[in-house]
Design a protein around this ligand. Structure first.
Ligand code: MLT
Length: 407
């Protein structure tokens, strides 16, 4: 008799964004004439930058000829892309990252979900609350938690991110091994200063811990004093891994391309206390389980770093930031407290009511989809998240409808 991995039974019924999509689809079926504006999942709506499209087309043409055709590529990504990433995203900002520390992949979601399998089952996990649900769910699947009760899994160290700490969690009061951090944060939109990140790096060093830093939203940082990468912090290369994505800056949510930086200095320990390079382990996993991102997609991603590509992604990101600003203004006028919007595509709104009720009310009365805060953790109860990923026109209409529904 085949038995299942019973840790899956501890999970909540379905993944947050699939659950929301089901509810919205059911609503649309019941109300076929209702125009729904989606400010729920952080999925981009504008077309790919023209520089990426041109590179994409020309790489597809190369695939048509025997002389330029490419079969299996390097699992870690083509050198042209890894070199462009190292130079532009890190070295240009004073972070000493080399191309062979970069692993190109098909998504930060997959990488942040898969990375935990390198570490022991009894690794103590610390997670911000609220946070992107993938970090938690994948650790539940792996068996690193007890059961779920009262909105939390036993065995996890939750790092409360609340208005009181400006949505930047305090250091844990007990030793932990693996720390997930996400800045600009999903869902709160909060950012961390250099000093705040330095505290985490120092903590990780002292505790022989590792930081898993999700920087998928770094392109939205406009405040020049804020770090875009944890590797801008001294000493981080020994204790941190960083996840990046082309999804939110360049619109690759459907095209799929991301990367993970695993510095060679980054160590974890075997059961006898000997250092083991995380880079070697991740490389082994990547080569075994992944055959690389397609050549045309990597060429399209490389074009993000061309002069035209940089100008085009800047325009895209600015348009979403302007939307975030419109959302924040309208929400502020309604008298709600909120976080995010500056340096982030998300607005985190304190609704002072059950977040699922708030979700239902906005859908029914305004035809606007948000994400209920409780889906991101217990501290998200009472909040909703609005995403700025839509057209300006839709955002303006959505906010007018929300203002009408609430007044
Ligand atoms: C979100 O809405 O939180 C994100 O779009 C989900 C994701 O990037 O997978």
């Amino acid at each position: 008799m085949l038995k299942i991995n019973e840790h899956y039974l501890k999970l909540q019924a379905s993944y947050l964004f699939s659950d929301i999509a089901k509810r919205v689809n059911a609503f649309q079926e019941a109300n076929p004439d209702k125009d729904i504006i989606r400010l729920g999942i952080g999925d981009v709506t504008h077309g790919l930058p023209m520089a990426c499209i041109e590179a994409f087309h020309s790489a597809v043409d190369e695939m048509a000829e025997d002389s330029s055709f490419r079969g299996y590529g390097p699992e870690q990504g083509y050198a042209f892309l890894r070199e462009a990433i190292a130079k532009n995203d890190f070295q240009a900002r004073g972070a000493d990252i080399s191309p062979d520390e970069i692993f190109v992949s098909d998504g930060a979601k997959c990488d942040t979900g898969n990375i935990q399998e390198l570490f022991s089952i009894d690794a103590k996990i610390a997670l911000p609350d609220p946070v992107y649900p993938v970090y938690l769910d994948t650790n539940v699947m792996a068996g690193r938690t007890g059961t779920y009760s009262d909105g939390r899994y036993q065995g996890i160290v939750y790092l409360d991110s609340t208005k009181e700490n400006n949505y930047v969690p305090d250091l844990p009061s007990e030793p932990v091994d693996l720390i997930y951090l996400c800045f600009p944060n999903n869902p709160t939109g909060s950012t961390a200063t250099r000093e705040e990140l330095k505290q985490w790096v120092d903590y990780a060093k002292e505790n022989k811990a590792l930081i898993l830093f999700d920087a998928a939203y770094e392109a939205f940082i406009r405040d020049a004093s804020l770090p875009r990468s944890i590797f801008e912090i001294e000493g981080a290369k020994e204790v941190a891994i960083e996840f990046r994505s082309f999804s939110k800056n360049a619109g690759f949510t459907g095209t799929r391309c991301a990367y993970t930086v695993v510095p060679k200095e980054c160590m974890a320990f075997d059961s006898t206390g000997n250092k083991q390079a995380v880079h070697t382990l991740w490389n082994r996993r990547h080569c075994t389980k992944f055959n690389g991102v397609s050549y045309p997609v990597q060429r399209a991603a490389e074009a993000v770093y061309s002069e035209a590509g940089q100008a085009q992604i800047n325009t895209l990101v600015n348009s979403y930031l302007e939307n975030a600003d419109l959302i924040a203004k309208a929400i502020g006028e309604l008298g709600f407290d909120y976080a995010g919007a500056a340096n982030s595509p998300y607005v985190w709104i304190r609704g002072d009511r059950d977040s699922m009720d708030f979700f239902d009310m906005l859908l029914n009365k305004a035809g606007v989809v948000c994400t209920p805060g409780q889906g991101f953790g217990k501290c998200g109860q009472g909040y909703i998240r609005l995403s700025a990923f839509n057209s300006r026109e839709n955002v303006i209409t959505a906010m007018e409808r929300i203002q009408q529904a609430l007044s």
